[in-house]
Design a protein around this ligand. Structure first.
Ligand SMILES: *Cc1c(COP(=O)(O)O)cnc(C)c1O
Length: 505
């Protein structure tokens, strides 16, 4: 009897694996799938922004569980007819409704490469962890943080803001809070953010157990930035009542208007009051990549932590949020835990000091760093910053068109890339709603509605690297035509019950 070989080999008969029976045929089909998506991306400008899925298509997704497999080529066809045409449209140049990224061809392929590797980035000794660490280093460089700063990919800024709240909470109350709970500390934390801040910060306070009502929403000035006098007063009031102010959440780029808080002033205040300074920079933080926009984020380099998304203005395919924390030790203290299966070894696959699972709630996690790495490498930081600045220029062009239009008027200063405007005249709120729905349904453009000063207004957030300045002329002409049609149908035709709760995208 010969000894078994010391390596497995290809000759061993298969026993029920999930690999293709015919790799050649699979390769041809996989190339077709890739070509399908490349053709789709190339042809976007000729497509409708959005169309609703017909009932018969929706019904296809109420099918019983497939007991037997279907062939791959047929499934790609089904994808092409039943899924591909009915997306949300955020890849399209005239999608402007919400702050969403458009994706890139490079990002798409990087996502496929990551899926092929199927890396689990919870930890252990493999190169994907280094790639994630590389992104942390690059962000530290972009934002002026020390290279020892700590960072982790998460789904999005909502999650990153939650991580920030948990780190600030543990920093304020001590590590015991993780075992004993908030009640045992005998202290009620409070936090401060502006009225224009994103709703996910309330949720973070809720989920962290602090209570959403202890996040104070401070009024904003005419520019949409947090009012420092009101902020100081709120902190003093809470201290006087025996509460424990713990953190300020500044916003770099609000969803409604693209406004920036005065980050330097917030950094000063946090230093004076000994508060954690977190910045929700979901999309606006990356203004740091553009020399032209950089002044807006002055003071960001003094934050304790920053939440941001690569899937918005950098167009990394969903999802790719990030939490960056200046004090690596504080970050670790909030999440590190032990488990025998997570024990570290001095060598081998279980080696490594800090694993991503020590820096957040997730254990198993995908390789979001790879598509982000490809994006930075393929385009370079300068071009990415220039693309961001270009969208702001296009937003200003749109603002100029609105200012010159007989039909529309601006509703807020255009600080960045977000333009809020309204039809002129009576009942404009209801008319704005009707225009937006009409544009969506005709597949021409996808702005959204937001509420400013209690009135529904049309919002166009220009993020898309595919959007061109001349597209704004087309957009305004289409909106004017919609306004005309809606007016023609009479006010009753477009008046809707007021169901909008404001926007949280
Ligand atoms: C988009 C956004 C969020 C939420 O980010 P997600 O990635 O959707 O979780 C939070 N804050 C601001 C300012 C945003 O623009």
């Amino acid at each position: 009897m010969s000894a078994p070989p010391d390596r497995i080999d290809a000759q061993t008969p298969r026993e029920g694996d999930l690999d293709p029976d015919d790799w050649e045929a699979f390769s041809a089909e996989a190339h077709q799938a890739l070509d399908l998506m490349i053709a789709h991306m190339r042809g976007l400008r000729a497509q409708k922004v959005w169309q609703p899925a017909p009932e018969e298509v929706r019904a296809r997704f109420q099918a019983p569980l497939p007991r037997q497999g279907h062939d791959f080529a047929g499934l790609i066809d089904e994808f092409a007819t039943s899924i591909l045409p009915y997306g949300a449209g955020n890849t399209h140049p005239l999608f402007m409704g919400w702050v969403q990224g458009a994706g890139t061809a490079i990002g798409m392929v990087a996502e496929m490469l990551a899926a092929g590797l199927n890396a689990n980035c919870g930890g252990r000794n493999h190169i994907a962890i280094d790639v994630e660490r590389q992104i942390t280093l690059w962000l530290a460089e972009i934002f002026g943080f020390p290279p020892e700063a700590s960072g982790i990919f998460v789904t999005g800024t909502s999650m990153a803001n939650l991580l920030a709240t948990l780190v600030a909470r543990t920093d304020a109350l001590g590590e015991n809070v993780r075992g004993q709970g908030l009640l045992a500390t005998g202290r009620q934390l409070t936090g401060y953010t502006s009225q224009e801040a994103h709703g996910c910060i309330d949720k973070a306070f809720d989920l962290a157990g602090i209570g959403a009502s202890f996040l104070r929403h401070i009024p904003v000035n005419a520019e949409g930035g947090i009012r420092l006098d009101a902020l100081r007063a709120a902190i003093a009031r809470d201290r006087a009542e025996g509460l424990a102010p713990a953190m300020i959440v500044g916003t770099a780029g609000t969803v409604n208007m693209g406004a920036f808080d005065d980050l330097d002033a917030l950094a000063d205040l946090c230093a004076q009051e000994d508060l954690w300074f977190h910045i929700d920079g979901a999309f606006g933080a990356l203004c740091a990549l553009s020399p032209e926009l950089q002044p807006l984020v002055k003071g960001m380099e003094r934050a304790d932590s920053i939440a941001l998304d690569f899937h918005k203005w950098l167009h990394v395919p969903y999802d790719a949020g990030f939490f960056l924390c200046r004090d690596a030790e504080a970050h670790r203290r909030a999440f590190m835990s032990s488990g025998a299966y997570l024990s570290r070894a001095p060598r081998g696959l279980a080696a490594g000091d800090i694993w991503p699972c020590d820096l957040g709630p997730d254990l198993s996690r995908g390789f979001r760093a790879l598509k982000t790495w490809f994006t930075f490498q393929a385009f370079g930081a300068e071009k990415l910053g220039e693309t961001i600045a270009t969208t702001c220029r296009i937003a200003r062009h749109l603002a100029d068109l609105i200012a010159a239009s007989p039909n529309f008027e601006l509703c807020a200063p255009v600080k960045l890339n977000i333009v809020c405007f309204s039809a002129k005249g009576e009942n404009s709120g209801a008319l704005n709603r009707a225009i937006v729905m009409d544009l969506h349904e005709r597949g021409l453009a996808a702005p959204s509605i937001t509420i400013l000063d209690g009135k529904p207004v049309i919002r166009a957030a220009i993020l898309n690297h595919r959007t061109r300045a001349s597209d704004m002329d087309v957009f305004i002409a289409a909106a004017a035509a919609s306004a005309e049609r809606m007016r023609g149908q009479g006010i009753a035709a477009f008046q809707q019950p007021d169901i909008d709760q404001g926007d949280i995208d």
